[in-house]
Every structure is written in C-alpha cells, then in structure tokens.
Design a binder for this molecule. Structure first.
Ligand code: SAM
Length: 344
C-alpha cells in the first residue's frame, strides 16, 4: 500500500496521520541534546553512556517541518537538558513560525529540569513557547539534591517554576518519577505542593530506561497506591482526559483547588492511545520509547533527499509503530538507548 494512503482525505480529521494500528499520530518529541547538567541517580545510573551527535537548529527545523507536513500538531523539545542549547529560543521561534496541516501554529512544549528556566521562561514565552513541564522528584531539598547530585539545584528549580508562572506558561506541570524505598515518601508532600504553588503534579511510574539496568517491578510505585494515599489527605474526583492521546490519568482535588495526574506506563499501559513519535538528538526516528529499531532521518537528509522524500519516509516509518511495549513480560528486552539519550 502506498504510504500516503494513510492520509485519509475524506475523514473529518484529515489533517491527522493514522498508524497501522489505527492511532492518530499527532505528537512529536524532539531531543535537541543528550547532554544533561543533572546526574539524577535513577536516570544517569552509569554516567558512562555514549554521547550522541547534536544537529544544527536548521536541521531540527527542517525535520520538524516535515513532521508537521504529515499531520503532527504538537512538538515537545526535550533531551538531555534542552536548556543547555543556547539556540533554544531560535528553535522555538522557528517552530512557532511553521504551520500544521490544519493551518495553525503548532503547540510547542519543553520538558526541562528547570535549572536554567528562571532566565529563559519569559524569552521562550515571547517567541512562542506554549507550555513547560518541569521534572522534580522531591519537594524536600535534601532529597532533591541527593537525586540530582547538584548542590543548590532545589532553589534554582523553584525559581524556574515561579518564572514560568510569571511568564504565563499555563499550566505549569511538574513530573515526578517515584521509586520504591527512595522518594516514595514524597507523594503527600507533592499533593500539598501542588495546591500551594498552583502547579499540576504528575507522578510517573519508573520504567526500565536507566543507563545501567537496575529496574525491577518492585521499584515501581503503582497508580492505585498513589491515588489511595492522596485520597486519605484530600478527596479526589476523576477528571476526563483533555486529549485523545492523554497519557496521564487526571484527578481533581474535590474542593476545586487544582489537580494531579498519574502516568502509569507500567501498571496501566496506554499504548492503545499512544499518539507519539520521537526524534533523537542525532536525527533518528523512534516510534516507541522501547523500540529496538531506529530510522535514520538525518542520514537520509545528508544523502541529499528532497523534502518530499523525507515526507514519504516519515509516512512509511510511522506505519511501523509498535502496537505496545512489553515491560514486565518474560523476554522483555530493554532498548539500546536509555531515557537521557532517547529524550524523555
Ligand atoms: N532534562 C529534562 C528533564 O529533566 O525533564 C528532559 C529529559 S528527562 C530524561 C525527561 C523525563 O524523563 C524526566 O521527567 C525524568 O524524570 C524522566 N525519566 C528519566 N528516566 C526515567 C525512567 N526510567 N522512568 C520514567 N521516567 C524517567
């Protein structure tokens, strides 16, 4: 079948791209570096991972334009730590000037550890950033800095959160990866923090994506436990997903003072609704976090491919997107790259 038949012109959602499992692929995550200024103990477990090449802003922009031309609507810049790239504002501005197939500017988000956000929140907002997600795995400063292994990091991140709010990046979301016996005691403190600081905290189940291979199922703090523990402090109500591909189960505090979310890829996998595709910092497409195969978009571009050839390549690659991951199943094979080198 010709790849471009998957752009169904008669559908009311003709501007979107559908994969071979019937999922609309609307979200692109682009890692613009795999360097990081934090050494989070559960992510950078080895501190010896290979560093992959970084491409020029111009290359990323060309590839992002190709993805938009086949139906991507949202672009999230990540890494590594994306704020280590000095040209981040130029990259955001370049994406903001583009148009989706539906004719509007794409939604642009950044996932960051927040360390450099204080100075960058407003400039990024000014050039078109829509949203920011800040990773923060503890609200207790000592625990936080034990995780990041960077003295003073807690204060920097708090300032980053405040700057993002002042800049009108709304909502500011905080992602917290929970590990059993390590930072699981932070759940209740994060519920308070969410309410006091007006941020949406999302707890994430730990996945087997660390540099060394330490993951065990026992290290995962499951969604059900997180909900039960918060309910004991604050009654919660279930909220509807905001989009079809929403990964977080959303819960509102019953008194209306904010919300929390739980991303449960291990105990309640959401692969059936996955709308994502990823581009690594060296220009390889990954159709799943757990893919064993990468597709060399940058290599194709270097060989002189035209924009139309890149577009056809994307359409074909998206048809190979895996039905689901196999975390926790016998024979599960971890991907060759860890989270910091894929782009979280
Ligand atoms: N440096 C940026 C940051 O800190 O947000 C972006 C990259 S970081 C790899 C993206 C996200 O992946 C962070 O929220 C981090 O906590 C999360 N992460 C890293 N390893 C993970 C794992 N094994 N399971 C689940 N989430 C993980």
């Amino acid at each position: 079948m010709a790849a471009n038949l998957h752009l169904d012109a008669d559908s009311p959602t003709a501007d979107l791209l559908r994969d071979s499992h019937g999922r609309w692929i609307t979200d692109l995550r682009v890692s613009i570096t795999d360097r990081c200024n934090y050494k989070c103990v559960y992510c950078r477990t080895g501190l010896h991972g290979a560093q992959y090449a970084e491409l020029s802003a111009q290359d990323y922009l060309r590839f992002i334009q190709s993805f938009l031309s086949v139906g991507i609507e949202k672009v999230r810049l990540t890494g590594g730590e994306p704020m280590l790239r000095r040209d981040l504002p130029q990259i955001v501005a370049g994406i903001h000037a583009m148009r989706t197939r539906a004719g509007h500017a794409p939604e642009i988000a950044v996932t960051t550890n927040g360390h450099l956000l204080e100075d960058l929140a407003q400039p990024l907002r000014d050039v078109g950033l829509s949203r920011v997600t800040i990773s923060m795995d503890a609200v207790d400063p000592a625990t936080f800095e034990r995780i990041t292994r960077v003295p003073g990091s807690f204060t920097s991140v708090l300032r980053g959160i405040e700057a993002a709010q002042r800049a009108g990046l709304d909502p500011v979301k905080i992602n917290c990866v929970l590990l059993r016996g390590f930072n699981e005691d932070q759940v209740e403190a994060f519920a308070h923090f969410s309410r006091e600081h007006g941020v949406v905290v999302r707890f994430i189940e730990f996945m087997p994506l660390e540099e060394d291979r330490l993951w065990t199922p026992e290290m995962v703090v499951p969604l059900t436990e997180i909900v039960e523990r918060i309910q004991r402090l604050y009654p919660l109500t279930v909220l509807a997903p905001t989009t079809a591909g929403e990964t977080a189960r959303r819960y509102g505090f019953a008194d209306g003072r904010g919300e929390i979310g739980i991303i449960a890829p291990v105990t309640q996998a959401f692969c059936g609704a996955c709308s994502r595709v990823r581009l690594t910092s060296d220009g390889k497409i990954r159709t799943c976090l757990f893919s064993h195969r990468e597709h060399d978009l940058a290599g194709l571009a270097r060989s002189g491919a035209s924009d139309e050839q890149l577009r056809q390549f994307l359409l074909q690659v998206i048809q190979t997107k895996e039905a689901r991951h196999h975390i926790g199943e016998p024979g599960f094979l971890k991907p060759s790259r860890s989270m910091v080198h894929i782009g979280g």
